[in-house]
Structures are given as structure tokens and as C-alpha cells.
Design a protein around this ligand. Structure first.
Ligand SMILES: *[C@@H]1O[C@H](CO)[C@@H](O)[C@H](O)[C@H]1NC(C)=O
Length: 310
């Protein structure tokens, strides 16, 4: 028996194997630690792989930790301090129901409703206005969704940059944007040239996929019974809509984020309705409107063969 005679159990545990075992464990504990501190799950999931691994994907588009940008809305909205559905005196019809709350479902409904023209065009201004409200909703889901909220914000800023840029007229509608970028060869159909600015098409595709997740989640929430767990509903929606596009690391981070979701009662409270029945109706309304926008967008991307843009 020399020094090399290690037990059979350790024979396969070369440094490489050990690393594969330790890294996920360390990452998992790290993430747990971060979320327990109610910090935003920053780039922790990306440190090891070195590959793009944000919630929405995309090279280098996860914003760097910006100094001075205050953590948006998070602590004010999360946890048990969410306004609960109120019973009793009805609020005036037009005034915001929960004046202190950032997320207003009425703004969400208005923007996405106005987003599709009678000709079936998607107005990008309204699309982004709807997303602005969705970001506030994501923020309200808890601190663990901070990274997603930030990434979404970055995607929106890219699109707003295009809309304010020299080719602004081509970025009024989705259809015009797709036609313009394809014609100019700006899209990068197979690979993403490293020095290109992110095209509007691929940027919006990331939002589009996340929109499906929210549509499914809100749909499940509005059909759920009081005994159902939002974490479970959210995870199922995620599996269907986003997980296929995500690396292992992001899926783990997402799984943890779902565990920290507010209760069903608190989520219903975000709608600020008079009781559960009305909250359910408003959620269903939102789901229908989002689905319409999603379906039109999906058709545009599918006809152009753009659904798998890198
Ligand atoms: C969207 O498309 C799905 C699947 O094709 C369909 O089931 C659904 O009814 C559509 N919804 C709307 C609002 O167009």
C-alpha cells in the first residue's frame, strides 16, 4: 500500500470531479445567502461559467452594478406590507386604487390594450409602456427578482435608444423594426457579432419570452384556488416559457427566487380590487390582453424565422 492507494470511493474523485461537486454546492449556498439577506441576486449565477447567463440572456447586456441607482421599489413593496384587497367603501372609479403603490394594473391594461392597432401592428411605444408597468410588478415579486427587473430595464433602454436614434421612424412599430433590421442586415441571424450593438429584434425577443412567462403565471394565479402555492404556479410557468432558454445556473437562481414569492393573498392585493372576485376578473383581463400582444408578436417573429435568434 503506497501513498497512491486511496479507497475505491475516492478513486473517481479527481480534482476535476471534486470541482464539479463543489462549485454547484458553493453557488447554491451563496445564492441562498444572498436571497436570505434580501439582496438582489446579482451576477452570482454568472461568475463561474463566464457565459451569458442572465434571466433574459444576451452578451454583456446585464447592466453593471450601477452606483447611485437605488434598488428600485423593492423593499417598499415586498413582504407582508403589500396592500391587501380592501372591502368596504369602494374607491372612486378613476383614481388609482392604491395610490401609494408603484404597480398600477390600470396602466398595464391601458398600455397593452392600445399596443395593437386595428391593422394588427404592434406599437413599440405602448409595448414599452406596458413593460414599464410589468417591471414594477416584477419588483413587487420580491428582492430575488431584482436581477430580472434590472435586465428587463436594460432591454427596454436598448429599444428606447433605437427609438430615439437616427433611425427612429423605423422603430415605431414592431413590423417596421423587423423589416428595417432584416433589410439592413442588422440582425445577426446565426451568430451574434461581438462588436455589434444589440439589434432591436433580438432585444425584443427576450422581452417577448419573458412576457409569455408572466402571461402564464398570471393566468395560473387567476385560476388558482386559495390553497394553491404561487411558488409552484410560477415555477410551472417558468418551466414552460423561459427555462428552455436558460443555463443551469440561471434555472437554479430562478428556482430560489420562486420560493421567496409573496403569498397568493398578497399577490392578489397588488391588483387593488374590491375582494378576490374582482381581483380575479382584472387578472384575467390582463392575461387576455397580454396574450393578444404576445400572439401578434409571436406571429411576426415566426413568419420571419426569427424565433431562435442568438
Ligand atoms: C393566443 O394563441 C394561443 C395559441 O395559439 C391561443 O390558444 C389563444 O387563444 C390566443 N389568445 C389570444 C388572446 O389571441
Amino acid at each position: 500500500m503506497g501513498l497512491g492507494a486511496v479507497g475505491p470511493g475516492c478513486a473517481g474523485m479527481g480534482p476535476q470531479r471534486l470541482l464539479w461537486f463543489l462549485l454547484p454546492t458553493a453557488a447554491f449556498l451563496g445564492l441562498l445567502f444572498l436571497s436570505s439577506l434580501r439582496l438582489q441576486v446579482q451576477l452570482s449565477a454568472c461568475v463561474w461559467g463566464g457565459r451569458p447567463c442572465g434571466w433574459l440572456g444576451g452578451r454583456g447586456e446585464t447592466p453593471p452594478p450601477v452606483q447611485g441607482r437605488k434598488p428600485p421599489l423593492l423593499s417598499r413593496l415586498s413582504g407582508s406590507r403589500l396592500p391587501l384587497p380592501r372591502h368596504g367603501t369602494p374607491a372612486p372609479a378613476q383614481a388609482p386604487r392604491c395610490p401609494g403603490q408603484a404597480f398600477q394594473i390600470s396602466r398595464l391594461l391601458a398600455a397593452f390594450r392600445a399596443c395593437v392597432t386595428p391593422d394588427g401592428e404592434i406599437l413599440l411605444g405602448e409595448y414599452l409602456a406596458g413593460w414599464k408597468e410589468l417591471i414594477k410588478l416584477i419588483d413587487a415579486l420580491g428582492a430575488a427578482f431584482g436581477l430580472l427587473a434590472q435586465e428587463t430595464q436594460t432591454k427596454m433602454e436598448i429599444l428606447q435608444g433605437h427609438r430615439a436614434g437616427p433611425h427612429a421612424p423605423h422603430y415605431r412599430t414592431l413590423q417596421a423594426m423587423v423589416a428595417f433590421e432584416l433589410q439592413r442586415g442588422l440582425v445577426g441571424l446565426r451568430v451574434l457579432p461581438p462588436d455589434w450593438p444589440p439589434s432591436g429584434c433580438r432585444t425584443l425577443l427576450r422581452l417577448h419570452r419573458a412576457l409569455k412567462w408572466l402571461e402564464l403565471f398570471l393566468g395560473k394565479l387567476s385560476h388558482s384556488g386559495p390553497e394553491e402555492d404561487p411558488s409552484q404556479l410560477c415555477a410551472v410557468a417558468y418551466q414552460a416559457a423561459l427555462a428552455p432558454y436558460h443555463s443551469w445556473w440561471v434555472r437554479q437562481a430562478a428556482g430560489l427566487a420562486f420560493l421567496a414569492l409573496p403569498s397568493r393573498r398578497e399577490l392578489y392585493g397588488l391588483v387593488c380590487a374590491e375582494g378576490e372576485r374582482e381581483a380575479r376578473a382584472m387578472l384575467l383581463d390582463a392575461v387576455g390582453i397580454i396574450a393578444r400582444v404576445y400572439n401578434v408578436t409571436q406571429r411576426v417573429y415566426a413568419t420571419r424565422g426569427l424565433l431562435e435568434l442568438p
